[in-house]
Write a protein that binds this ligand. Structure first.
Ligand code: FMN
Length: 197
């Protein structure tokens, strides 16, 4: 697949087949994604992959966080139970939930920002490499990633770790239509005179 075809053709997938992606293939994609640029060769990406029975438990912890953060209202027990069931169906319908995080080095300072950026480059490499193999992804990031209780719930430490994204991975059931992009011309200032002084 040509690079431009992968870049323009990749879509965020919301509806996945239940079939798992072969572990060796996933590892190959991650190892190729690791050629992402990263300052001082820190290779800061750390990854947890939730599969099989771990998906429900992971999903529950995310929903607990949504409730804590007020993203999911709790006033009606019956409705809450149905919402939990619906989230559980969502989490168990997707074969792999891939959590990306980094070790904090300067607690939100510039080094952490650099490492965060490198992991984003890794994620996009991974998304494109996956797409080339017919594998879909959904990059998700919500306030939950900052929720200290959630961070502890998944066995990490808020003072030591920064969560970056959860990427859902699997073969697409349905590929959504492309969302067209705005021409970038309007977002560029070409600066090539002494006016910069
Ligand atoms: C940092 C980040 C966070 C995102 N969070 C979500 C999310 O929480 N839920 C979701 O459905 N998509 C999420 N997306 C995917 C975007 O919605 C998607 O890329 C955008 O709508 C464009 O669609 P496309 O990827 O199919 O081109 C996120 C993407 C990025 C880069």
């Amino acid at each position: 697949m040509e690079l431009i075809t992968a870049i323009r053709g990749r879509r965020t997938i919301l509806d996945f087949k239940s079939e798992k992606v072969n572990k060796a293939l996933l590892l190959k994609l991650f190892n190729n994604a690791a050629y992402a640029p990263n300052h001082h060769m820190k290779e800061p990406w750390k990854i947890k992959i939730y599969e099989d029975d771990a998906r429900s438990v992971f999903g529950e912890k995310i929903v607990d966080s949504y409730i804590r953060l007020g993203l999911l209202k709790t006033s009606n027990e019956e409705k809450l139970m149905r919402a939990r069931q619906s989230y559980d169906r969502f989490f168990t319908s997707i074969p792999h939930h891939v959590l990306f995080y980094i070790d904090k080095e300067d607690d939100g300072g510039y080094v952490d920002e650099e490492n965060f950026a490198a992991v984003c480059a890794f994620i996009q490499n991974f998304q494109l490499l996956a797409w080339e193999k017919g594998i879909g992804t959904m990059w998700t990031a919500k306030k939950t990633l900052l929720d200290e209780v959630f961070i502890r719930d998944i066995g990490l430490l808020p003072e030591k770790h920064k969560l970056i994204a959860v990427v859902q991975v699997g073969y697409p059931n349905k590929v959504p239509k492309a969302k067209e992009r705005t021409p970038v011309e309007g977002k560029i200032d070409w600066i090539n005179t002494e006016e910069i002084r």
